[in-house]
Design a protein around this ligand. Sequence first.
Ligand SMILES: [Mg+2]
Length: 400
Amino acid sequence: MERVAGCTVLHVDMDAFFASVEVRRRPELAGTPVIVGGSGNRGVVTSATYEARRYGVHAAMPVGRALRLCPTATVLPGDMALYTEVSRSVMALFRSITPLVEPLSLDEAFLDVAGSGRRLGDAVEIGEHIRARVFDEQGITCSVGVAGTKFVAKLASTSAKPDGMRVVRPAEVMGFLHPLPVGALWGVGPKTEETLLRLGLRTVGDLAHVPARTLQRALGAAAGGHLHELAWGRDPRRVVPDEPERSTGAEETFSTDVDDPAVIHRELLHLSERTAGRLRSMGCLTRTVTIKVRFADFATITRSRTLGTPTDVGKDLYDTSRALYDALGLDRARIRLVGVRAERLVDADETPQQLELGAREHGRREAELAADRAARRFGAGAVRPATLLHRSGRPGGTPR
Ligand SMILES: [Mg+2]
């Protein structure tokens, strides 16, 4: 087995992601120039196969110009829902290998495999394993960079494209980095690049061999110091895992369209209580409440509000969703469906704010927890009317 001590960061990047997904479902386009981009001459290229890139086509180029360079290209409008779904599967594959997955966009992520155990081998073997599985499961290729730091891993995957893998061992970092143009460094945009070129600094090696002070005078203390460190292969940034967004909620389509605000309010209360119950059973608090309103003509709007304190209390969700609804000022518009969603969830046991809740709110939470227990014993139907009764203070009446 190859030894790659100190090399545990992978950067995985799908090759020509959107275009590759399109080719996967239109196999007759394999091996041909394909461009995904806005239609008409005003759209821009968002992705292009390597067959199109050979003609000079690249992302962010106007489609009209791309077609002049490569008149035989097939231009497709793009299907974000499909790309998002493929992205989700690929990220799930990464997370099955290590919890330390930091997505940078739909089609690339850093992984730190230092703690991944021996089952899959070292970082190089894990990189090959990922490449094989992405191809088997998704029918698209990716490139992998393996290094001791994030920015070198990213540069390594770029140099391996397409459909390749590059390992840069610690002893090889300077030899790999120093010949690269300064613009290749992560964080060097066109403006910084121009400044560096004016100073006669063309390669990363040039950056490494001027005093840090020179870079700091030209770019500012923080940016100059950071670039000097990068030029010597030093990058303290860790792989920061980004949990997939969790959310939960409930919605209700009325049997006939409704225009009575009291009925809407009552439904929002039901949905808030159901959503809060789900949060409690997940052990989560929510930071953002979103309501959805679908009108009789199927037009649909959503409105969100972020709470000062995360909560799993139905009363809090109701107060917020009712305020959001009332702020719409709908004035008896005919409504087909309403929904309540809890988004940006956090783990309840990792959120100290909960302990700071005032006595009144705490009592409310206790009451709802008691209702959860009763619901488990007697069924949800037995509990909800009682909870509503308690909440509104008027049997059968409209909640406040
Ligand atoms: Mg990519």
